[in-house]
Ligand binder design. Structure first.
Ligand code: FPP
Length: 261
């Protein structure tokens, strides 16, 4: 990690939504679709893979900033189950970046009390990547600061399908009555089990889609779309998105504004 570019972290857990510097509320869980690396690079005459490298520097900046702001959970969409259809070189680069991120930054994330969790399908990742993911989760499992959730080989439809398969297996065994299946039982079988739903989802690059990210979990999430391409995303962009979120009225299907359940 380069000097002067450290991933800082908060020392302890946060009990709930926090009063921000401007008096607004800091969301407990922020999810980000980090879009626009390719366009950022092509506009500068670089290869798309260079764009992803710069995107990773933005990841490091935002992890630090999220911890400083008192965000409890930060979920980042790093590689979707649909990204396998990209050119082989780009897929290789994205796999390499996850390895680089863990190898280079894990010790510092741990020191900063960050807990790392990787969501998505593991079985079609190479063994060395699976091992690194397991190592990063095991090393940081007891940390109580920022929860960093990296979605890698993740697709929400795939995640929900796996949960349904699990439930169907239990119905077949006779341990679950289909009429008694609840939304909570589905949530418990998702990769995000135990994680509160995102309060705020940010997508960069001006695109306004969910792209198979946290479909179940975003039922009542507030969306903020920003025009910046991901490599240009800074702490100031994050703080502006939080400010916009702070002005939203959340009703969760009811009539009066409520706090997240
Ligand atoms: C979307 O931009 C971005 C991705 C598919 C990859 C995101 C990956 C990173 C930010 C770096 C890796 C991070 C970690 C934590 C390992 P795009 O390529 O679709 O951009 P475009 O729409 O301009 O083509």
């Amino acid at each position: 990690m380069t000097a002067g570019h450290k991933i800082a972290g908060r020392a302890g857990p946060v009990a709930g939504p926090q009063a921000g510097a401007g008096g607004g509320t800091v969301p407990r869980h922020v999810a980000i679709i980090m879009d626009g690396n390719g366009r950022w690079a092509l506009r500068r005459g670089m290869s798309r893979t260079r764009g992803h490298r710069h995107g990773m520097e933005a990841v490091r900046r935002i992890v630090r900033e999220a911890g400083d702001l008192g965000i409890e959970y930060l979920s980042l969409y790093a590689f979707s189950s649909e990204n396998w259809s990209r050119p082989a070189g780009e897929v290789r680069e994205l796999m390499g970046l996850l390895k680089l991120f863990i190898r280079r930054d894990l010790a510092e994330l741990h020191e900063a009390n960050v807990r790392v969790r990787v969501i998505g399908r593991r079985d079609d990742l190479k063994p060395d990547i699976r091992r690194l993911i397991e190592e990063s989760e095991a090393l940081t499992a007891a940390n109580s600061g920022l929860n960093l959730i990296v979605a890698f080989n993740y697709g929400a439809q795939d995640e929900i399908t796996r949960a349904v398969q699990d439930l169907a297996g239990q119905v077949k065994e006779g341990t679950i009555d289909p009429a008694e299946i609840t939304a909570a039982m589905i949530s418990q079988r998702l990769d995000t089990a135990g994680v509160p739903n995102p309060d705020l989802l940010i997508r960069t690059s001006g695109e306004r889609r969910l792209s198979n990210f946290l479909l179940w979990q975003c039922a009542y999430t507030e969306f903020v779309f920003v025009d910046e391409l991901w490599p240009d995303f800074t702490g100031a962009t994050l703080r502006a998105a939080l400010e916009e979120y702070g002005g939203r009225e959340r009703r969760f299907g009811g009539l009066a504004a409520k706090a997240a359940p």
